[in-house]
Design a protein around this ligand. Structure first.
Ligand code: UDP
Ligand code: MG
Length: 342
């Protein structure tokens, strides 16, 4: 019989690593300990995202000794979301845990996540209750970001989450078939749907080293998130244009009243009214261009139009063929539980 180390993995742990030489040995130790205790065939997929320190050397040394380790070396630094996508594309498990290599998200939560998944849940995402060891700026900007994103998008992307999550193979396969280039993975997983449940936890400080997410990268991730999940910024000009036109029409009425009443300043008011209407028409034009651009943008992402979770159809049961009434519980058996991407 295949041992957990040699069998096809049931469980994959995927961790992107950028300059993580200090955290990697401890991450490997704690993750391996958790996986071994589960007694399931597993693999740990480590992705070296163009590190400039000894991360790749360390990975190779570990992989020489451990058949459960898969190490992927990217050609250069591609960034967290693409490094993660690369790891997800090579993992083979039926259940896949995405986790950072800096131990901010404890691998020891995996057994609990698996238990939640046993109840038919497709995605168990870690939701942070508390974030220890992170600057006030980072916490405040993250909190603001998730609230703004929540207002802009129609896809419910849970607040205070990272990419730390356990997902089923069917969710991962759909994710891998979404070809968009700017990947905000936690949003894409939310978009996929099915049953997703949070697991609340306290986020630890980094085990070692510094954040690999400076302000510039955080900003880029935020822009990717907003542009991948909302066309509202493109529509904003149109709304402003309409408001400006309405304001201009109001001013025009005020001009007329002032003129008829023989008051002073009708000329100035008229000029303002004209400028407001003119500016509004231009903004409205931009908004109309934005509507077309938004649709083009949505088409270019080539996401599936919809995803079917399962189909139930009436299937005559054996009892009906012999003339016995089928009980309500026996009608409409599931005939297909595979997700179908249109
Ligand atoms: N990371 C990566 N490529 C990058 C930046 C980060 O693979 O360009 C990895 C990093 O090694 C870590 C994870 O992505 O495992 C999250 O990064 P980090 O912990 O620095 O982000 P933070 O938790 O501070 O937001
Ligand atoms: Mg971190």
């Amino acid at each position: 019989m295949a041992t957990p180390a040699t069998a096809t993995p049931v469980l994959s742990i995927v961790a992107p690593c950028y300059n993580e030489e200090e955290s990697l040995p401890e991450f490997y130790r704690r993750t391996t300990k958790t996986c071994v205790a589960l007694n399931l065939p597993y693999e740990i997929v480590l992705v070296n995202d163009g590190s400039r320190d000894r991360t790749w050397e360390l990975m190779q040394a570990l992989a020489r000794l451990d058949p459960c380790l898969v190490c992927v070396n990217l050609s250069r630094n591609h960034g967290h979301q693409l490094a993660l996508s690369a790891g997800l594309s090579v993992c083979r498990g039926e259940r896949i845990l995405v986790i950072d290599a800096d131990l901010q998200d404890p691998p020891e939560l995996l057994p609990e996540m698996l238990r939640v998944m046993d109840d038919g849940i497709d995605v168990v995402y870690g939701q942070r209750r508390r974030r220890a060891g992170e600057s006030l700026f980072k916490r405040a900007s993250a909190a603001l970001f998730y609230r703004v994103l929540g207002q802009l998008t129609s896809v419910p992307i849970p607040a205070d989450t990272g990419d730390f999550r356990l997902m089923s193979r069917r969710v991962l396969d759909i994710l891998l078939n979404m070809p968009e280039r700017h990947r905000f993975i936690r949003g894409m997983v939310s978009w996929i749907g099915f049953r997703q449940e949070p697991l609340h936890y306290d986020r630890d400080p980094r085990y070692a080293g510094e954040t690999k997410y400076p302000l510039r990268k955080m900003w880029n991730l935020g822009v990717d998130a907003v542009t991948a999940f909302s066309v509202k910024p493109l529509q904003a000009a149109g709304v402003l244009g309409l408001l400006s036109i309405l304001g201009g029409v109001g001013l025009l009425l005020a001009t007329l009243i002032t003129w008829v009443a023989g008051g002073e300043g009708a000329l100035w008011l008229g000029l303002f009214a004209f400028l407001a209407v003119l500016g509004g028409v231009q903004l409205l034009g931009l908004g109309i261009v934005g509507e077309y651009l938004g649709r083009l943008h949505e088409n270019s992402r080539q996401r599936p139009l919809f995803l079917i979770e399962s189909i139930r159809r009436f299937v005559p049961s054996a009892s009906e063929h012999v003339g016995i009434d089928a009980s309500p519980a026996s009608v409409g058996e599931p005939i297909n539980n595979d997700p179908i991407a249109a």
